[in-house]
Design a protein around this ligand. Sequence first.
Ligand code: SF4
Length: 257
Amino acid sequence: MPKSREKAGFAAQRDPSTPDRITTSAGLVTIRGAGRTQPEPQPPLDQYFNSLFTALGPQHWWPGDTPFEVIVGTILTQNTSWTNVELALVNLRGEDLLTLDGIERVNQRHLANLLRPAGYFRQKARKLKAFVKFLRAEYAGSLRRMFKTPTLELREKLLGVWGVGPETADSILLYAGEQPVFVVDAYTKRLFSRHGWTGEKAKYEDIRWMVERQFPGNVRRFNELHALIVNAGKNWCRPKDPKCGECPLGRYLEEGR
Ligand code: SF4
């Protein structure tokens, strides 16, 4: 497993996607250009985490025997359930294709057929091909070398790969590379919006920043918190008819802005 890590707080403080903001040791936010420093209300994420962890326990994310398998999973899980992804992974494993060499050598049409259970299978075959081409070209096929790249530089590069958006890039960085980024998904957006901390159309990078600034550099916390939020989203915080009365986060509903 790659061990390259950013120093605590680096990713959050230097993120070019939020260039107008820096945190101070006092936990304040400076809005560059505005000429002032102002406190910003923040969700009590430590309490959210403790409540969810107490209720749900460790989530052991991300399932996968190798970092490469994790990356394949992050791409296949786009717009589908993990159950469907598992079926596709079984197909790949059955033909010994769940490796860089395997994805490189398999015919794209055949690959698409194997990925059929995961949906959008032609696109996903193309995406896997694009990723392995990138890995081979940029890092001689070495994930170890890839994850030695500074986090934000690698994030930008991943976002340049066809089919890799912010959620997939951050999942790769966090779950395959153990790098300090937080993954934002539909579950996360829904939860923070319902608790009043963000608008329904909040930007991905704003939500990521809101979490990363509270736990700078804390890979384990980002890993577990995201997994817990997904679990909460499936159990209680459903798109319709959320079960707030049963949810461990129900007690925090009134604290949002
Ligand atoms: S179900 Fe209710 S209490 Fe639980 S996370 Fe969603 S909005 Fe919050």
